[in-house]
Ligand binder design. Structure first.
Ligand SMILES: Cc1ncc(COP(=O)(O)O)c(C=O)c1O
Length: 396
């Protein structure tokens, strides 16, 4: 155990199963450990570092805003918050924005808005229907939406008013929708449960069901958004328009932020309904503006699609070469590698030793969420290092 790890164990709660490495700085898609080792980062801070590490424009935007004003509160207007909202809405659908500080908070806002909408527009309907395998965050409301005992078994009672149906079972979804349903909430590509994209025809069918049963469609794009799947928002692959969309993770390139976009039909918030001290503060919003402008000017959404295809093909070739890979799932640079054997943690540890950061989910999936700036040669190197890690574990 390193000296820092021992100190961490003394003062930090045991809420994370961390890998035994200390990261000190980053440069593009590379990170450096405290012993100077250079690692290729295919995790990207779990889909947060969309511009990679140390992006000059982002760093300068944050530094300039920090000099001007870090925080002001939502008692007043600040220019970065308005400008970020304008840019965000321009990438999505006609809507207005509530800013918060994290994904869970963005979803809490969505849940509150859906409930208020149900109270006002649907005779007090408050129920929210979610899909099995969902992950919507760890606050109590978001945990209730997540609906998995794995995350919530010791935290009962959770708020009521949530119902979950099997992902992929449209008949079960339709049967669950009724007079008490305020909204259906889903991730277009589920991330935490192992990277599962909803079929596009399902997404379209769910939009139709929401219309027919007079309820809102809330899409959680916290992990799948920001260009990662090869479209700015993953639901855009299906050509559907949600009523509410939640965003976080990569929006400010590493600064904490959450955003809930609310279409006109669902736009029911009034002063006093909801709030956040830090939500949409000038520092995070200045970072968000730099991120959105860079994504647009450098065509990073298209890059995520092409480099994502290359990465996927490279990993699929490892499968063909007999490595214990079952399938490669996901879209663009949001990839899950399903393994034939329960070796995900062992492979991630071997990859770390071989200079590659990968994220194991359970024991049968490796997740890759690299920066959208990943180049072709870097993608090939990810494949090469993944191959070495798979071979190292197979040889044991
Ligand atoms: C789809 C999705 N929703 C919500 C969250 C929660 O976000 P946060 O950890 O910022 O609260 C996550 C985090 O992984 C996520 O992937």
């Amino acid at each position: 155990m390193s000296e820092l790890e021992a100190r961490a164990r003394a003062v930090l709660c045991d809420s994370y199963a961390r890998l035994p490495v200390t990261l000190e700085r980053g440069d593009g898609v590379w990170v450096f450990t405290d012993s100077g080792e250079r690692l290729l980062d295919a995790v990207g801070g779990i889909a947060v570092n969309v511009l990679g590490h140390g992006n000059t424009r982002l760093v300068e935007a944050v530094a300039a805003q920090a000099r001007a004003m870090i925080h002001a509160s939502n008692l007043y207007y600040t220019r970065p918050q308005v400008e970020l909202a304008e840019r965000l809405v321009a990438t999505a659908f006609p809507s207005r924005v509530f800013f918060s500080n994290s994904g869970a908070e963005a979803n809490e806002a969505a849940i509150k808005i859906a409930r208020k909408w149900g109270h006002l527009r649907k005779d007090g309907a408050t129920e929210i229907v979610t899909l099995s395998g969902a992950f919507h965050g760890r606050t109590l409301g978001a945990l209730a939406a997540t609906g998995s005992a794995r995350y919530s078994q010791f935290f009962q009672p959770l708020p009521g008013g949530f119902q979950q149906v099997p992902r992929g079972d449209l008949a079960a979804l339709e049967a669950a929708l009724g007079d008490t349903t305020a909204a259906v909430m889903l991730e277009p590509v589920q991330g935490e449960s192992g990277v599962f994209a909803l079929p596009l025809d399902h997404l379209r069918a769910i939009r139709d069901l929401c219309d027919r049963h007079h309820c809102l469609l809330v899409v959680d794009e916290i992990q799948s958004g920001m260009g990662r799947t090869g479209r700015m928002w993953a639901h855009q692959w299906a050509g559907v328009t949600p009523d509410i969309m939640t965003v976080a993770k990569g929006l400010a390139g590493g600064l904490p932020i959450g955003a809930t976009l609310v279409g006109a039909r669902a736009d029911v918030l009034e002063p006093g309904d909801h709030g956040s001290t830090f939500g949409g503060n000038p520092l995070a919003c200045a970072a968000g503006i730099a991120v959105l402008d860079t994504i647009s000017e450098q065509n990073l959404v298209a890059n995520a699609a092409t480099v994502g295809d290359r990465l996927r093909a490279g990993i699929a070739a490892l499968e063909d070469a007999g490595r214990p890979i079952l399938e490669v799932r996901g879209l663009g640079l949001m990839l899950g590698v399903g393994l034939r054997r329960p070796i995900a943690r062992a492979v991630a540890t071997a990859a770390l030793q071989g200079g590659l950061l990968l994220n194991p989910i359970g024991q049968r999936t490796l997740r890759l969420l690299p920066a959208l700036t990943l180049g072709a040669a870097e993608a090939d190197l990810v494949v090469e290092r993944l191959d070495r890690a798979l071979l190292a574990v197979a040889a044991r």
